[in-house]
Design a protein around this ligand. Structure first.
Ligand SMILES: O=P(O)(O)O[C@H]1O[C@H](CO)[C@@H](O)[C@H]1O
Length: 294
């Protein structure tokens, strides 16, 4: 499918066809779906009894091209829990339509997932956040959504969810509590923050003025993804947990001779990937113990 295509994956039947194709490749019936952000595909390497399918082999599935995104999905067991792990995402700035951006989310729902864990690389705006830290997403500010660019735009698919879903407490409080306990158990609580993610359209990084504005608005970290998937997950009734790896410090002063770049983002996510993957797998273990996924 070309990246120029617009929202052409709204058909429930087409999504069901994709889900049936995936279910036909494995005995795994996922309870949790994970979306891996830039450089974070290694979470999928922790799966046992794994079946990996390149996106190119999945009918109708968009092909992500941004470096740091592997472009395959893996089904298997993580801490004994059946999961599907999307190792690579499509971004709106690549030219995909919103229905392509959130296709992975809707497919995990049709595969049977009850919870979505969505991850990303993000710039740290809150000065207390250092490169390599993590941020549990408490809420978001969606600049695309505020101007009407939504995965829910268009006629509503009632089989997925309601026309007017609420986004109150979108990022599940109970799961965030488990995540905080995991951070303590790993003795990394000083590196694991909780805060507000702002989603911008990208692919350019933010101006200094934009970052100053976002800081005033209470934003802790900035990214170009995640919130659309979170909205689609809420729409179709999944619980959502979101977590950012802070890959760069936002430059909020003029004339510093410093600039953000994607190479720095990938390098930081490579460095932080193992700890991040361990954190997510221990969270999944915590969810199993709490029967959240029953
Ligand atoms: O959100 P993920 O996919 O983790 O990647 C983030 O990193 C890239 C920018 O460096 C953008 O794609 C941004 O969205």
């Amino acid at each position: 499918m070309s990246s120029e295509s617009t929202d052409n994956l709204n058909s429930y039947e087409k999504m069901q066809e994709i889900a049936d194709f995936i279910l036909g490749q494995t005995e795994i019936r996922p309870r949790i779906g994970i979306i891996c952000g830039s450089g974070l595909s290694g979470i999928g390497d922790l799966l046992s009894e794994k079946r990996t399918i390149p996106y190119t082999e999945i009918p109708h599935f968009p092909k992500c091209k941004v470096s740091g995104h592997r472009g395959e999905l893996s089904l298997g067991l993580l801490e004994g829990v059946p999961v599907v792990c999307f190792q690579g995402r499509c971004h709106y700035y690549e030219g995909f339509g919103m229905s392509e951006v959130v296709l992975a989310t809707r497919i995990m729902k049709l595969l049977g997932a009850k919870i979505m864990i969505v991850t990303n690389a993000a710039g740290g705006l809150n000065p207390s956040m250092k490169v390599g830290d993590m941020m549990i997403i408490k809420d978001h500010l969606n600049f695309l959504g505020l101007s009407g660019i939504s995965p829910l735009r268009g006629s509503n698919e009632d089989r997925l969810g309601p026309r007017f879903p609420s986004l109150t407490d979108l990022y599940d409080g109970g799961i965030r509590q488990i995540a905080r306990a995991v951070a303590v158990s790993m003795n990394i609580q000083h590196e694991v923050h909780e805060g507000i993610l702002a989603a911008l359209g990208g692919p350019s990084y933010e101006t200094v003025a934009e970052l100053k504005f976002l800081r005033l608005a209470g934003v802790d970290a900035v990214g170009m993804s995640t919130v659309h998937e979170a909205i689609a997950a809420r729409h179709c009734g999944m619980l959502v947990f979101g977590c950012s790896l802070i890959t760069n410090e936002c430059i909020v002063e003029y004339g510093t001779n410093r600039e953000p770049n994607h190479e720095e983002v990938i390098e930081a996510s490579k460095n932080g990937a193992n700890k991040f993957a361990t954190f997510i797998s221990k969270l999944v273990s915590g969810l199993r113990q709490q029967d959240t996924i029953a």
